[in-house]
Design a protein around this ligand. Structure first.
Ligand SMILES: [Zn+2]
Length: 251
């Protein structure tokens, strides 16, 4: 890790650019930048799972260029919303249409894959017949999207199939959600257990048992066992907890 103070904030666009241009030599990058103005901007379409664009080629030909990325699985999104309710800083950032790194980490932790895709998971296509792969048109589209991300970071959410408005609405909803499990131990509110800082690593502070505990995702049997174990505790704590690890309360 860098020393504090020297840490440079890398924008979403810059991250996208770095991923997309890894292993691409300068000559091909130059060709891509030259091709960039040929993208017909009104024809750029960003939707869940892909970006499509049209580019003018030589002799008035039109190339259809696309990037594809699979959308995030939404199965655990209600859990993410539940955890998100406890992070003012992430909510504030998302409300301002910013996408902080801490949100990316939260998504990775709960959904199982990061919001920000690595280069390998982005596939592409182009109707040109150039031999280079990816061709300059694809690289140009990557560059165009990188620039857009710096202005409109929420387009990354669109691309991954996340409905930001709907997510924020649910996050701000205060009525108890019948679909979600009750809080462990009937506590009125869950403690904030994950970092707000941009550069804090969620993985280090929130393991799976802690997370399950946090969101109340434990079986009634486990809660009973934990309560019994707590009642039976001697005045002095044993050095090795002998209950199931899932039931260990986080401190
Ligand atoms: Zn091409």
């Amino acid at each position: 890790m860098n020393n504090a103070g020297e840490r440079k904030v890398v924008s979403l666009g810059e991250r996208w650019r770095r991923e997309a241009t890894r292993d691409i030599d300068d000559q091909r990058l130059a060709a891509a930048l030259e091709a960039l103005p040929n993208i017909r901007k009104p024809m750029v379409r960003i939707r869940a799972g892909g970006i499509n664009a049209e580019m003018e080629g030589a002799m008035g030909s039109i190339h259809e260029v696309s990037l594809q990325i699979r959308t995030l699985p939404m199965k655990d999104w209600p859990t993410l919303i539940r955890v998100l309710r406890r992070s003012k800083s992430i909510i504030e950032a998302l409300s301002q249409a910013r996408v902080p790194r801490s949100f990316d980490r939260l998504v990775a932790r709960i959904i199982g894959e990061p919001l920000f895709p690595d280069a390998r998971s982005v596939t592409y296509g182009c109707s040109c017949d150039l031999q280079e792969s990816p061709c300059r048109h694809v690289l140009a589209l990557h560059e165009l999207f990188a620039r857009r991300l710096d202005e409109k970071p929420w387009e990354l959410l669109m691309l991954r199939g996340v409905d930001l408005h709907d997510t924020l609405t649910k996050v701000k909803q205060t009525e108890p959600d019948a679909d979600l499990p009750p809080l462990a131990y009937d506590v009125p509110e869950e403690p904030v257990l994950y970092p707000d800082a941009e550069d804090a690593d969620l993985d280090q502070s929130l393991g799976t048992p802690a997370l399950r505990w946090l969101v109340g995702d434990v079986s009634p049997r486990a809660i009973d066992a934990a309560l019994r174990a707590l009642k039976d505790l001697p005045a002095e704590l044993p050095s090795e907890p002998n209950t199931e690890p899932e039931t260990a309360p986080v401190s």
